[in-house]
Design a protein around this ligand. Structure first.
Ligand code: MRU
Length: 343
């Protein structure tokens, strides 16, 4: 299985997702600043992977605090939490993970020494990493019943092992269906501008021997109209209480097409991706990234100088286009009211 991240006890190793599939380069984060930079520059990306990486960023930040005074320690830790939280705004797993680690530290700080607080934080981050893989496997088992032998499944972006600690959410469901002996063919949208589909989804599915065909983002309608897509399955960065779902830019267009062609459209995500504070998707903050990601492909400028460019990294798919949401606790069907699920 792909090792998206690996905690060594004193550093966090990440597979650099900016250079895949041409290079398999491992980078080593030794400080919370290194972690914040890796998240911001998308060396690590995908909501669950960002969350666990951020948790280890907190551990690295804690290791670098040299005080024996618990309240001074907590003050500094809160600052580090703010820095890590400022890296990317949309994936709620980032905030969920940092807050979970902060809560563990706060609890421990009431009775314990700084050394014990640091140990408790590391245990929590290790547990999150372990839980992530288990959640993905559970999601896979629940979700695979929705896929039939012989299905062609369209996915957008990368919601695979690389976007999680391992196994994947949307791709985890596909992996589980294949493990159950079903023949599944995957169409992967290339996913401009960062090309997560062409570079990452194609790389990890090909490594697993799962049939994958890369298409440009504007080819999905053609395929659907010609009866080539049976199901769509994508991941999520943040799900509001009514089921509205933020995911990689272009997901909304795919959902509209699927709705028009009456093709089931599934979202697979752990409950840590649900934001119970947001009643609907209009409140989800959408990250606007550097236009350079649009202007250059592999360092080569592809448009005239001085044209206007926008680069929103996510869009929101309204809940009425989502046939089901697959979580590690089970499959949710409309009408969605996700207040009751344990997150
Ligand atoms: O900008 P990215 O690559 O972090 O966006 C990733 C996605 O949109 C994924 O589909 C989502 O995080 C789910 S990953 C299991």
């Amino acid at each position: 299985m792909t090792n998206t991240l690996e905690w060594t006890g004193s550093s966090l190793k990440l597979i650099d997702q900016t250079v895949l599939p041409l290079k398999e380069r491992i980078i080593e984060c030794r400080s919370y600043e290194d972690v914040a930079d890796a998240i911001k520059t998308m060396k690590v990306r995908g909501a669950p992977a960002i969350g666990v990486t951020a948790a280890y960023g907190m551990v690295l930040g804690a290791m670098g605090i040299e005080t024996a005074d618990a309240s001074a320690f907590m003050q500094r830790l809160n600052y580090i939490a703010d820095v890590i939280k400022s890296t990317r705004p949309t994936a709620v797993n980032l905030f969920w993970a940092v807050d979970k680690i902060l809560t563990v530290a706060q609890q421990a700080s009431k009775t314990s020494s700084v050394e014990i607080i640091k140990e408790a934080m590391q245990r929590e981050a290790d547990q999150m990493a372990k839980d992530d893989i288990e959640a993905n496997k559970a999601m896979g088992e629940f979700g695979q019943v929705l896929l039939n032998d012989g299905d062609s499944v369209l996915t957008h972006c990368n919601a695979g092992a690389l976007a999680t600690v391992g196994y994947g959410t949307a791709l985890g469901v596909i992996r589980a269906a294949v493990a159950h002996g079903k023949k599944i063919s995957v169409y992967a949208d290339e996913t401009r501008p960062f090309l997560q589909g062409a570079r990452l989804t194609a790389w990890e599915l090909a490594r697993d021997g799962i049939d994958v065909t890369v298409i440009a983002d504007n080819m999905a309608g053609y395929l659907m109209r010609n009866g080539k897509i049976d199901k769509v399955i994508v991941g999520a960065d943040r799900i509001a209480v009514n089921g509205d779902t933020a995911n990689k830019i272009g997901t909304y267009s795919v959902a509209v097409l699927a709705h028009h062609h009456q093709i089931p459209f599934y979202v697979a995500a752990p409950v840590s991706t649900i934001d119970k504070t947001l009643p609907d998707g209009s409140y989800i903050p959408i990250e606007q990234r550097d236009p350079k990601e649009m202007i250059y492909v592999n360092g080569v400028q592809i448009m005239p100088d001085d044209v206007k460019v926008i680069n929103p990294a996510f869009d929101v798919t309204p809940h009425d286009y989502i046939s089901a949401i697959i979580t590690e606790k089970g499959i949710l069907y409309p009408p969605y009211n996700i207040m009751n699920i344990d997150a």
